[in-house]
Design a protein around this ligand. Structure first.
Ligand SMILES: Nc1nc(=O)c2ncn([C@@H]3O[C@@H]4COP(=O)(O)O[C@H]5[C@@H](O)[C@H](n6cnc7c(N)ncnc76)O[C@@H]5COP(=O)(O)O[C@@H]3[C@@H]4O)c2[nH]1
Lengths: 185, 185
């Protein structure tokens, strides 16, 4: 079950390292970005998008014109497995709601889904396209369990399962993200 | 089989992206590092260390005093899954051989082994410590097959399986790496 290992990899190789540093990163970002108010509906969490069809865009604004790249949080550098000062960063996006009001958030796709997608296209990987949706849901459930039990990660993230049934709505992604931000107030 | 998915992830999420750019990266490095000669025994490949006990050090010099960090290759920035300009880089090390002559190489551990190691320590991951060695060897074999069939990666890497039987030799890691460099002449 590929999704199981990829969820653990995402935790040990990334979320466990970066989530404890997120708060400080946002504080530093706010101190250097005084031009505009960093309006995040009170959210200082990493929003992690999990599209059920594993269809991941590299630039979120390509998926929805109500999403604009704003800036990157400051880099974190960590020595990892022989790579000196490997860089970890997150991107901040500005989202327009239905009233054209802008909100900022730290959001990205769950990168391991790219591997699931590519494996389903390569016949030698032993992973069929029809299994993909099931594997994405397994990834989501496994990751959810791991993170709920993790002291380092607790309350520092939101997992957003993105359904593909609404794709005819060209703003369904920004709406899905904003809905999640509203849910935590 | 966790190792199977991690090998594919290492390929699609890293090696397939960075290996085609390695040559240019080294050329740029040599043009900015004219003080000392970049002596690599003719190797312009990424050396990937795979320790069978999955015991990965974050700084290679901690494993062997004949290994010194030299400098990093220039950064590569790629937009990935919503992270704008995600940074990929490699570290260059200087290795002393038995005659105290220095050789440079671009070397790092296979990062997914960290996940295998951590999973074997976490009882909820469903992966026992006694399975680790077998999973590392499966990772190695799977990765070897994928890379041999990859046009993007061919001839741009060397996989170095590092046995743990020689750990009483404090210079076994530098010797294992140098032996690999010699083998390609
Ligand atoms: N040596 C090395 N240098 C790198 O820059 C690098 N980037 C990825 N990898 C390894 O390749 C494979 C595929 O990467 P992917 O991005 O799909 O998953 C990654 C990704 O989802 C997430 N992650 C890790 N680093 C970052 C990062 N800097 N930004 C965003 N996500 C990250 O956490 C997963 C596991 O990471 P690692 O456990 O470090 O090993 C990865 C993985 O085995 C790297 N290995």
């Amino acid at each position: 079950n590929v999704a199981h290992g990829l969820a653990w990899s995402f935790y040990f190789g990334y979320l466990k390292l970066v989530l404890p540093r997120l708060e400080d990163s946002i504080v530093e970002f706010c101190s250097t970005h005084t031009a505009g108010k960093f309006e995040t509906k009170g959210s200082r969490k990493l929003l992690i998008l999990i599209p059920v069809n594993a269809n991941i865009t590299h630039k979120l604004e390509d998926a929805d014109t109500n999403i604009c790249f704003y800036d990157n949080l400051p880099n974190t550098e960590i020595d990892r497995a022989g790579v000196r000062g490997r860089v970890y960063k997150h991107s901040v996006y500005s989202l327009l709601d239905q009233n054209k009001k802008a909100h900022h958030c730290v959001v990205e796709h769950a990168t391991p889904l790219l591997t699931l997608y590519r494996m389903s296209q390569d016949s030698s990987a032993g992973f069929a396209a029809k299994d993909r949706r099931e594997q994405v849901l397994l990834f989501y459930r496994t990751l959810k369990d791991i993170l709920e039990r993790s002291i380092e990660c607790r309350n520092r993230y939101r997992l957003i399962l993105v359904n593909d049934e609404h794709e005819e709505d060209s703003h369904f992604l920004s709406k899905a993200i904003l809905k999640t931000l509203d849910q935590q107030e």
